[in-house]
Design a protein around this ligand. Structure first.
Ligand SMILES: [Cu+2]
Length: 408
């Protein structure tokens, strides 16, 4: 019984180390050595093309009435099984949907599919607090890298707070495909220290990048399920946010981290695996953010890779508690916005990349019976255990997420 979780853990660790390793090697290469990065650009083009093709082909395949993958075998018809899906207990069956941990911890997006004809509405509140600054994996004080000219920086970011409200909708036209839509609304605030000793804050808010696409079932073997995440991000978030900057004495376009969108169409490919046994469930997800082209302000945000794995324990019929690790690595900005300048690290496109390992604890609660029957509430809180940033750059301090979900 422990073989599945164990082999899964070994496999996931290998994948995570592989991703980190490849990125680490690329980052150590001198800038004058182009062949390997070029090879990756080439691979990205190939991968993106396949991704877009599969994204476009899927609705066509559905229209033609051709099932993309076979139906899962019905396992049991014993008396104590679910009358709808035929299982003793099912992870995602809409008819019994019996487990609080049938959904991943709330910080994981696109973790589950729905059955044909079913939909879901969700709302998430997310908060991230950043600070202090890091150079590599060392914390540095803001004072240590600012000063009067010729010191390159006269202004340092001290802390940043990001709040996000995200409205989500899912709908499954077939058992093999669940469509997903997500619209984030962002609120950002950054505090700064000037070399003179003065402090000031900047603030932006508005809608972020709209994300949409499909989750496509790949395999189903007993309780174990794997699906592809084929999502796209549309450039609906502003990249022209401005604010009053006291040291400059005027309104300026704010640095990259204060902008609300990427300005580019982005591919969000991924693969998700979930499984359960008894009171235990576990899963893993590997996702990427691949930027397509350059935005109207002449830059491209860095590509990202995130690998996450979690396990949850079912405490009761309604409550589960989860533990999750997440490794993320992301590139510097390519190009630069001529309107974004200033003696502050956040305006430097080469001081944006990094890697981070986060640990999260969470709970899922599924209401059973009564007025709120079928409603889900979940919360997750996380903190980095390791971060290595192209700095000076603000590091992550902690993250919190609260969510509500209801299937129809
Ligand atoms: Cu859903």
């Amino acid at each position: 019984m422990l073989i599945r979780p164990a082999s899964f853990a070994v496999g996931l660790t290998a994948v995570a180390y592989g991703c980190m390793g490849i990125r680490g090697v690329i980052r150590q290469l001198p800038a004058t050595m182009p062949p390997i990065p070029k090879f990756f650009t080439f691979m990205k083009t190939i991968f993106s093309t396949f991704f877009l093709l599969s994204f476009l082909m899927y609705p066509l395949a559905l229209q033609a009435g051709e099932p993309v993958s076979g139906k899962a075998p019905q396992i049991s018809t014993a008396a104590d099984t679910c009358s709808e899906c035929g299982r003793a207990e099912c992870l995602n069956c809409p008819h019994c949907n019996s487990r609080p941990d049938a959904h991943a911890p709330i910080g994981v997006m696109g973790d589950h599919l729905h059955a044909a004809g079913e939909g879901m509405l969700s709302y998430r509140y997310m908060r991230m607090d950043m600070g202090p600054n890091y150079v590599g994996d060392d914390r540095v004080s803001a004072r240590s890298f600012i000063g009067p000219p010729p010191t390159p920086f006269q202004i340092a970011p001290l802390s940043m707070r990001t709040e996000m409200h995200m409205i989500g909708a899912m709908y499954a036209p077939t058992d093999d495909l669940t469509l997903s839509f997500m619209l984030p609304v962002l609120d950002k605030k950054m505090d700064h220290l000037v070399a003179t000793g003065a402090t000031f804050s900047t603030h932006t808010h508005g809608i972020g990048d709209f994300k949409f696409g499909g989750l496509v079932k790949l395999f189903e073997n007993g309780n174990a399920k794997t699906h592809l995440n084929l999502m796209l991000s549309a450039p609906t978030g502003s990249i022209e946010e401005t604010g009053f900057v006291p040291p400059a004495g005027r309104v300026l376009r704010l640095p990259y981290p204060m902008q609300l969108g990427s300005g580019t169409w982005d591919l969000l490919p991924g693969i998700t695996y979930v499984d359960y046994e008894g009171n235990l469930s576990w899963g893993a997800q590997l996702t990427g953010t691949l930027r397509l082209g350059e935005n109207d302000a002449n830059y491209t945000l860095g590509d990202e890779i995130t690998a996450t794995a979690w396990t949850a324990y079912r405490v009761s019929e309604s409550l589960s508690a989860s533990l999750r690790v997440s490794g993320k690595t992301w590139d510097d900005i390519d190009g630069s916005d001529p309107m974004i300048m200033g003696p502050v690290p956040t305006a430097n496109p080469d001081l944006r990349g990094g890697s981070r390992l986060d640990v999260f604890g969470g709970v899922n609660y599924l209401f059973k019976g009564g007025l709120l029957d079928g409603h889900r509430l979940a919360a997750e809180i996380g903190k980095p255990v390791y971060q290595d940033l192209d700095g000076p750059q603000l590091g992550m301090d902690w993250m919190f997420q609260l969510g509500w979900q209801k299937s129809f």
